[in-house]
Design a protein. Sequence first.
Length: 385
Amino acid sequence: MLIVLPTLDVGGAQRFNLELADSLRRQGWDCTIFCVNRRGPFFREAAEREVPVKVGSGYSGTATWRLGLSVLEALPRLARAMRQADVTIAGMEGVATILAAPLGRLVRTPVIAEVQTDLEAKFARPGVTWRLIAAASRAAYPLCARIVSISDGAAGWIGRIGLHAPVVVVPMAVNTRRIEELAGDANPDGDVPTIVAVGRLSPQKGFDVLIRAHAQARPRAMHRLLIVGEGEERSTLEALAAELGVADTVVMPGFDLNPYRAMRSADALCLSSRYEGMPSVLVEALLLGCPVIATDCVEGVRAVLEHGAYGALVPPGDPGALAEALVQHLADPGTLKAKATAASALVKERHSYDAAATRYLELIEELMAERVGRRGATGVAGATP
C-alpha cells in the first residue's frame, strides 16, 4: 500500500493520511507514505510512529520553480514505488493526484484519489497556475479506479465539474483516543474569554474575516482571539489587526503539533473558512466538547454540525454576521456548550479512524479482486491449446 502526498506539511489531509497509514499498519498491512518533497513537521511524527516515508525529491520550498524541479525529480522514484504497491492512494487534490493517476495506468496499479475540499472553489481560484492545476486534475481523476469523498456534498462537486468516476463516501476521521489524551484537562487562560481558530494562515481559511468580526464584537463582548497556525498570510493578518486596533487581543503563536489543549480550554472554536471539505477541526472541537461557530461554506460543515444542531452557522465572508454570533455566544455560552457536549459521543462513533480504515480495506480488497479478475480474463483470452 502506498499513500502519495506532496509534503507532510501542516494540514487536515496530511494528518488524516498519516493516521490512516498508522491504522492500516496496525491491522497488518505494509503501508508506506511517498512525499514529493521533504517539507513539513509531520515527518517527525511519522518516524515516532514507525510509518515508513519515501521522499521523491531533495528540493523544498514553495517557489514555483522549486516545485517544478521537485516534481521532475520525484516522478521516476514515484513510478518505482507505485510498481511495487498493490494499491496507491493519492492523498490530496492537486499534485498528488495529477502525478499518481497517470502513473497508475502506466505501471498498472489501481489508484484511489481522495477529495477532501471543494474542488469547484479550488479550481475557480485566479491565476495561470490554478488554471493549469484544474485542467490537469480534470484529466487525472477519470484515470482513477475510485474517488473517495469525505461527504455527500464533496461527491456532488465531483459530478458538477464533469468528473465521471466511481465515488465512495468515507467521512472525515480523527484519532479520538489520541486527541483526548493530548488535550488533557481544560485550563482556561485568565478571566477573559478566548475564541480559538486553528488552521493554515491562507486566504481559504478566512482569518481576515475573523479578525474583522473580532474587532466588531469586542466592544460589546470582551474576549481575545487565538489563531493557531502558520502560513503565507501572517504579515497581512498582523497588519490588519493593527489597522483595526486589536493587535493586542489577537494572538498568533504559530504552528502547534498539539492544538487540542487550546481547543479544550477555549470558550469556543471559530471556523471562518471561505471554502472547505469536511473540516477535521470541527470534528476535533466537538469531540472535546468545545462550542463551535462556523461559516456555512459547504455541505461538509453542515453535515458535521447537523445543520446547526451541534453548533452555530453563519454566512461565509460576512464579518458582521460572525461578530453577532460571537456576541450572542459570549452572552449565553451555555447553549452552544450543550450542543457540543451532545455531539461528542456521536463524533466518536461516526468519525473514528478504525471505521475509516475498515472502509478503505474494503475498497482495497475490491480493487485487488478486480485486478486479479482482469489478469485471469487476459490469461484465458490469450491461452492457446
